[in-house]
Design a protein around this ligand. Structure first.
Ligand code: PEP
Length: 249
């Protein structure tokens, strides 16, 4: 049975001092929350610090991206095996900021997803449409294309070892959240599409919503039948706000 998961995406924020304070604050705030898995995905240089502070706390941690290759002449690349060395459980792949700003194609995302699985970690596969795509009525086609690139490469069984996050691009960092009904409709579409290939994988797939989730709207979103928690950007940088979202889940 899939449970609830709330994962923070710190993006390119923080420094040693601010991270120390945020991580230490989260431990007592999240300790009393049972039945919801909580995680933070931090910038690479702070994985060691995060591991040192969170080890044994019950809070998981992860990275925000990886290189699709294992090792070799890829200057600046960081492999899934490298992040695994720091105790990560999760790696975000296909975040819309990576797709839009760093040129991650569907194919690159599929390769990254496979690399994360190969390293024994759990990918958090992000999918979602832009505002123009939603207005053009092609939101489902876009999400289907992004999913299919991954399942073509790793098989539907690959998704069985993953988490997915539906993040409409128009809702990320904009303060404009999808309504619970809009989010539920796309989540049901995604789960249905997986079910066409494997009902068991569809039933067990944790499907997160991301896009301007905050304490004030989390409960309504997480109450929807196909929303299994959230991927949280801005609000994950504030300990009390992130903890309130975890409590809502
Ligand atoms: C994100 O970056 O994954 C995200 C959902 O950001 P925000 O919560 O700030 O919209």
């Amino acid at each position: 049975m899939r449970g609830k998961l709330v994962a923070g995406n710190w993006k390119m924020n923080g420094n040693l001092a601010s991270n120390q304070s945020l991580l230490k604050s989260l431990i007592p705030l999240l300790k009393p929350i049972s039945g919801t898995r909580c995680a933070v995905c931090v910038p690479y240089p702070y994985l060691n610090q995060t591991e040192q502070v969170l080890r044994g706390s019950g809070i998981a941690w992860g990275a925000q991206d990886v290189c699709e290759y294992d090792h070799g002449a890829y200057t600046g690349g960081v492999s899934a095996g490298m992040v695994a060395d720091f105790g990560c459980r999760y790696v975000i792949v296909g975040h819309s900021e990576r797709r839009a700003l760093f040129g991650d194609t569907d194919k690159a995302v599929a390769l990254k997803f496979a690399a994360v699985l190969k390293a024994g970690l759990t990918p958090i596969l992000c999918v979602g449409e832009t505002l123009a795509e939603r207005e053009a009525g092609v939101a489902e086609q876009v999400v289907a294309r992004q999913m299919d690139a991954v399942t073509l490469h790793s098989g539907i069984a690959g998704l069985g070892q993953a988490v997915m996050a539906y993040e409409p691009v128009w809702a990320i960092g904009t303060g404009k959240t999808a309504t619970p009904d809009e989010a539920q409709a796309m989540h049901a579409y995604i789960r249905g599409r997986v079910a066409e290939q494997d009902m068991r994988v569809a039933d067990g797939l944790p499907l997160l919503y991301g896009g301007s989730v905050k304490a004030a709207n989390a409960e309504q979103l997480f109450a929807m039948p196909d929303i299994d928690g959230g991927l949280i950007g801005g609000a994950s940088l504030v300990a009390e706000e992130f903890a309130a979202i975890c409590r809502a889940a």
